[in-house]
Design a protein around this ligand. Structure first.
Ligand SMILES: Cc1cc2nc3c(=O)[nH]c(=O)nc-3n(C[C@H](O)[C@H](O)[C@H](O)COP(=O)(O)OP(=O)(O)OC[C@H]3O[C@@H](n4cnc5c(N)ncnc54)[C@H](O)[C@@H]3O)c2cc1C
Length: 386
């Protein structure tokens, strides 16, 4: 793997430690077993938390790693190399914490951070049955009663929904005000009125839990409101500007690299017509095309992550990274199946899981159509046409 983005020694050490750990712990046999059972390997989650991988972006002052998005990207890339589903489980913690990091008070950072630092998982609860791309159509409400907010509604497709000890929840506080009527709340899992609904039986990323989370008259203190009332939509979108390049961009790069390594190895040993299939230019060019997409995606992911760490936020570039990486991974994993032939289609080999895992990256954290909407809006604004 090429390492030419000016990573610090600390970052390289964390990258290599993660690589060594995850490749030993999360073997193909274990991935296959969890994939079949639709099960999160919680023992490995626990070890990741102990190593600080779930809390890498939390401030050192509250027990986190105090690192930025480049380091987070390196970790998610290494985990993504083994399994994008498991990387999603781990990455959801930084996704859920980011609203508090960006808009929370010091007390809120400590309150929320404690759960993750102590080994718990976190979940980001935005989507609803009728509010996916169209977030402004959310129906979950939060009503102020004295010193408390009372939350009612059902969130769908929530990563870590069943396993999280803390949630970041978006709810409507001013119905009819559209994107300005939504607010963001910290909600502890053990509050009365919270239950877990339908668990998704998914095509891929089965080493992550995805389910409904139901809020039935759930009361949280007034100080659990993150940012100001009505800022929820802004908080969610600002969060994605930070998380898309690492959580999807870099994570997909890991899976792309995995495909390329596996294809090179397989094509060098699979003999047809008396020679390895790697001798054929048709195969060589497919792998060369994979490398082009991988290098371009990785360069963009680390460009955006470095800019974020330097304090420069660019929504369009974050969307470009997410889109480039996810589209590339879908294409590369599909071609990897082709190179493996019938074996690529078999569950005995690792490629079909990568292919099934890949598709979601074009859908979550905003579909790739939504990303293109962000990019064109930015272009039109910059050229004075909007
Ligand atoms: C495995 C998984 C994990 C998830 N994890 C989380 C999570 O942790 N937290 C969370 O809050 N959500 C999560 N989600 C939800 C995810 O972010 C949404 O599924 C996604 O944003 C798309 O919303 P939707 O499914 O309602 O699709 P829809 O919004 O119904 O879109 C359907 C299709 O129409 C297209 N479309 C919609 N509007 C337009 C338009 N204006 N122009 C062009 N095309 C359009 C979309 O791009 C898509 O192709 C998860 C989803 C899955 C499947």
């Amino acid at each position: 793997m090429r390492e030419d983005f000016g990573f610090t020694q600390d970052q390289i050490d964390i990258q290599l430690m993660t690589r060594d750990f995850i490749r030993k712990e999360l073997t193909f046999e274990r991935i296959k077993e969890c994939d079949e059972k639709n099960e999160v390997p919680m023992d490995i989650v626990k070890k990741c938390a102990e190593m600080g991988l779930t809390s890498i972006t939390l401030p050192e002052s509250i027990g986190g790693g105090g690192m930025g998005q480049v380091t987070n990207s390196l970790i998610l890339e290494e985990i993504g190399y083994q399994d994008v589903g498991f990387a999603t489980t781990i990455g959801a913690c930084s996704l859920a914490y980011e609203p508090i990091s960006l808009f929370g008070t010091q007390e809120q950072k400590e309150l929320y951070g404690k759960y993750i630092v102590e080994g718990g998982l976190a979940a980001f609860a935005l989507t609803e049955a009728d509010a996916g791309s169209d977030v402004s159509n959310a129906r979950t409400t939060a009503v102020k009663e004295g010193d408390e907010w009372v939350i009612n509604g059902t969130k769908t497709y929530i990563t870590n929904g069943a396993n999280a000890s803390i949630y970041t929840v978006f709810a409507v506080t001013n119905p009819g005000a559209g994107t300005r009527g939504m607010s963001c709340f910290i909600v502890e899992r053990d509050r009365p009125g919270i239950s877990v609904g339908k668990e998704e039986d998914k095509m891929g990323i089965r080493l992550s839990n995805t389910c409904e989370v139901i809020f039935d008259n759930v009361r949280v203190p007034a100080d659990h409101l993150v940012g100001k009332e009505g800022q929820g939509f802004k908080i969610a979108m600002s969060t994605f500007d930070i998380t898309r390049p690492a959580g999807v961009g870099a994570c997909c790069c890991g899976a792309m690299r995995s495909c390329i390594d596996k294809c090179l190895e397989y094509a060098a040993t699979r003999i047809t017509f008396g020679q390895p299939i790697l001798q054929n230019q048709a195969i060589q060019f497919m792998i060369a095309d994979m490398e082009i997409r991988y290098e371009a995606s990785r360069a963009l992911a680390y460009k955006v992550a470095s800019a974020i760490d330097a304090g420069v936020i660019d929504s369009a570039l974050a969307s470009a990274s997410k889109t480039m990486s996810s589209d590339s991974l879908v294409k590369i994993s599909e071609d990897a199946i082709q190179i493996f032939g019938g074996n690529g289609y078999s569950k005995e080999y690792p490629i079909e899981i990568i292919y099934r895992n890949a598709k979601i990256s074009q859908i979550f954290e905003g579909t790739n159509q939504v990303q293109r909407m962000v990019i064109i809006k930015s272009l039109l604004k910059a050229s004075g046409m909007m």
